[in-house]
Design a protein around this ligand. Sequence first.
Ligand SMILES: [Fe+2]
Ligand SMILES: [Fe+2]
Length: 143
Amino acid sequence: MIQEFMTRDHRECDALYAPLEEAISKGEWDRALELFVPFKRGMLRHFAMEEEVLFPAMEEFVGGGEGPIYVMKMEHNQIRSIINSLGEAIEAKDQQKALGYGETFMIMTQQHNMKEEQILYPMAEQLPLDQNGIVEKMEGVEP
Ligand SMILES: [Fe+2]
Ligand SMILES: [Fe+2]
């Protein structure tokens, strides 16, 4: 349930990024600026669902500390910072920088999502959590 819901949201975030990258490649800056808004909102919302709902629920059982959840939060911070740099590069119409940040974003996010889909979400499904309740709470998270 959690695995399926969150994996689907990863794909939805990917789908928000793809047209943005295309607009940057074509130098369509007005379109890129427009597409950047829902892309950033989708990413920040996904991170908030994890940081405000899923991770705290898991931490009740696996503890905080420097385990895999800590690593995921650090990676969120890195990815958020790259998203901001990408936004600045788009505003500056700097294609080289925007493509570079875009590629870094893509690589980091794919690796991050893979770790969640292969380790974190399966772990969440094995814990005695209220899966339905957690998904419902995550659906209510605002970006
Ligand atoms: Fe994450
Ligand atoms: Fe995620």
